[in-house]
Design a protein around this ligand. Sequence first.
Ligand code: SAM
Length: 216
Amino acid sequence: MPILDEAVAEYTRGLVRHEDDVQRAVRRRARELGVPAIAPEAGLALQLLCRAVGARRVLELGTCTGYSGIWIARGLPPDGQLETVEFDSRRAAMAREHFRQAGVADQVTVTIGDARDILSQRADGSFDAVFIDADKEPYPRYYQEGVRLVRSGGLILADNVLSHGRVATAEGGLVSSSLEAIRRYNETAATDPQVLATILPVGDGLGVALKLGPGP
Ligand SMILES: C[S@@+](CC[C@H](N)C(=O)[O-])C[C@H]1O[C@@H](n2cnc3c(N)ncnc32)[C@H](O)[C@@H]1O
């Protein structure tokens, strides 16, 4: 089930003017290989949000072809850095090549490893934004780590939080452990006093949580 009516989704996608030939080629490659990539309108939203909080240090969980990473890297200032984590070394190598083609290789570090291990090795408040797009079952844990890792005023972002609408409609035996984890992610973010959180209905649903600082 699409999140938006297909015609509306096509309409908003048609208004994405910032996807260049390299990004289009990477998205096509993902499609040919049958591997995931965020929707262009979600990529644009990611870049916009990172720019809006003046992000210089961003952590991404789940690199794949590097499609979303290119969107993020292109929103960084010249001294900005994206670290992106992928446990499949062939995908990591492919992404590095795509970052080179996109002209952002100097601003991106692809870390090969399990996101669950890498997260715990990074310091509190060391990122301006964390984008979660790896395996779904640990989403609640990724959220907690995301809140720890971003500074006040930083963002915890997550793809697929509407799961093709299943978060709202699935019941009984149709609720997989992944879907249950995503529901828990959404409920935790919505009720956590440390953040202001919402879901943008772009792509497959983009979770956006702003970490609140001390004071008003
Ligand atoms: C949904 S895809 C990422 C798509 C990418 N963000 C994009 O939009 O271009 C998820 C990727 O995360 C990787 N992955 C899944 N679980 C992981 C984990 N625990 N640690 C590191 N990488 C993981 C998968 O191999 C896959 O390439």
